[in-house]
Design a binder for this molecule. Structure first.
Ligand code: AMP
Length: 187
């Protein structure tokens, strides 16, 4: 089963992704983690993206698309993909459709964790203290939220017409969200 978790930064995608990885013996594709890893490794890509990342800006579609394509074609990960933070733009969504088609896969479920700005700000401030992430300053948080909502709106429109699209109130407690996801994938 392949699943997309969709929603603004701080909506709880990562937490639910980890749950789904366990439940479905899945493989989490967190483009945020993959990109932070490139920075840590001080790779060529890492050097190119560090400023945008620290500024809360999106990394170019070309870089992100390239990084995920090997994962999608990996036979060990086939039909076990849990997308967390990808796709984030219409170009990425179209690229993903193409990659899935070419690798004989489909997306079984898209979960949109919808949360308002106030809840996000509170959550990210907490995470900032716990995880010490350098892109988690309040100004940047607000920029990231607004940018996410603006740029990803077309992605929402792209998926929301499909019957496998489910909107979930992301301000619910973690296990309430998990229950809703469980009920939708277990049918
Ligand atoms: P995240 O951990 O998903 O909140 O992502 C952290 C940062 O990584 C974002 O603010 C972007 O700078 C970058 N990023 C993560 N995923 C993507 C993506 N799919 N497209 C572009 N930039 C991304």
């Amino acid at each position: 089963m392949n699943i997309i978790l969709f929603g603004p930064p701080g909506a709880g995608k990562g937490t639910q992704a980890k749950y789904l990885v366990k439940k479905l013996d899945g493989y989490q594709i967190s483009t945020g983690d993959i990109l932070r890893d490139e920075i840590k490794k001080e790779s060529d890509i890492g050097k190119k993206i560090i400023n945008d990342m620290n500024d809360g800006k999106f990394v170019s579609d070309q870089i992100v698309n390239e990084l995920i394509s090997n994962i999608i074609f990996d036979p060990h990960k086939k039909n076990r993909l849990i997308f967390d933070g990808y796709p984030r733009s219409l170009s990425q969504a179209k690229n993903l459709s193409l990659l899935l088609e070419n690798s004989g896969q489909i997306i079984n479920h898209v979960f949109f964790l919808n949360v308002n700005k106030e809840t996000i700000i509170k959550r990210i401030e907490k995470r900032k203290i716990e995880e010490k992430r350098s892109d988690d300053d309040l100004d940047i948080i607000i920029k990231r939220y607004d940018r996410y909502m603006n740029i990803t709106k077309p992605v929402l429109d792209f998926y929301s017409k499909n019957i496998n699209f489910h909107e979930i109130d992301g301000s619910l407690k973690i296990d309430q969200i998990t229950n809703k996801i469980d009920n939708l994938i277990d049918v």
